[in-house]
Design a protein around this ligand. Structure first.
Ligand code: HSE
Length: 307
């Protein structure tokens, strides 16, 4: 029986101003999965980590999309997967999306690529629904397409890949857990028109900055007047980290997805590593355990290979 290995990358959703509509795929960290096709309608999940994620496929972010694939095909097929999570759940760098996207890309590989990328996003969003109660594609789309993606709409799906100049990304993950569902619950349901105008100006300019290789414009547009003021209170040291990283030379950054990770974009690796040092100094002083990554944009999303 053919077995495949799947590399499922971390992602940064929102990219500061683009709540639920922008996302970026990262080279590091990655979850690893192994997957085999079964000849009966079932999904078997083995977790090789200490995160105690549900093994019932209907409750699992990788399992729910696979059940949907089995139902849609209505054939005697199923999947057995081993999941090695390296992207900690609740970290804000797309842990649930990596599981969901990895599972559907792997299934499509085993089924000889019968589904389009858009179909795969549609299935994988069911995993996000299990994880956070809502379908959103700003981790799933970059995880499957790679690079930076803009999700103009999820019903119907309309995903646009955005080219960008080389960027270095520094991520700090303070070791607290913020559940996406909680981080969504605290958001205001209405926004002031003046804030909306600022926000859509920034989103449009950020996309223009990526497409025109304009680093200064990217930096100016990494501003969020709607979500960050509310969510940042959940992240110890957030304001200080942001200020210090920009002083150190980062173009800008903010909360990664729904947090608690914070990310910063820089034009070169030296600055990105200095930013990492600045982040570590602050969390060491605060006395909060943390992990950091310095990485780049992954041009290709989930990758699978035969063993
Ligand atoms: N756009 C989503 C949110 C991403 O910010 O709630 C969650 O990773």
């Amino acid at each position: 029986m053919k077995e495949i290995k799947i590399y499922c990358p971390a992602t940064i959703a929102n990219l500061v101003c683009g709540f639920d509509v922008l996302g970026m795929c990262l080279n590091e960290p990655n979850d690893i999965m192994y997957m085999k096709l079964l000849d009966e309608k079932k999904v078997i999940i083995h977790s090789k980590d200490g995160y105690k994620l549900p093994s019932d496929p209907a409750q699992n972010t990788a399992g729910a999309p696979l059940l949907a694939i089995i139902e849609e095909l209505d054939q005697q097929i199923g999947f057995e997967i081993i999941i090695e999570k390296h992207i900690k759940p609740g970290s804000g760098i797309g842990s649930s999306a990596a599981s969901a996207a990895g599972a559907v890309v792997g299934a499509n590989h085993l089924l000889k690529n019968i589904f389009s990328k858009e179909d795969l996003v549609r299935f994988a969003m069911l995993g996000e629904k299990v994880a956070s109660g809502v379908k959103h594609a700003d981790n799933i789309a970059p995880c499957i397409y790679g690079g930076i993606t803009l999700i103009r709409s999820i019903f119907p799906l309309d995903i646009i890949s955005i080219p960008s100049p080389p960027l270095f990304i520094t991520v700090v993950h303070p070791q607290i857990e913020v559940r996406t569902s909680d981080a969504r619950q605290i958001l205001r349901k209405e926004v002031l028109l003046k804030d909306a105008i600022k926000q859509w100006g920034n989103i449009a300019a950020l996309v223009a900055g990526f497409m025109q290789n304009d680093y200064a414009l990217i930096g100016r547009s990494l501003e969020d007047v709607i979500i960050e003021p509310v969510r940042s209170i959940l992240i110890p040291g957030f304001d200080e980290v942001k200020k210090k990283c920009i002083e150190t030379g980062a173009l800008g950054g903010g909360i990664s997805g729904s947090g608690p990770s914070i990310f910063m974009l820089s034009i070169n690796e030296t600055i990105a590593k200095n930013v990492e040092v600045a982040m570590k100094e602050i969390y060491q002083r605060i006395g909060l355990d943390h992990h950091t990554y310095v990485t780049t944009i992954k041009g290709k999303g989930v990758m699978s290979c035969e063993l």
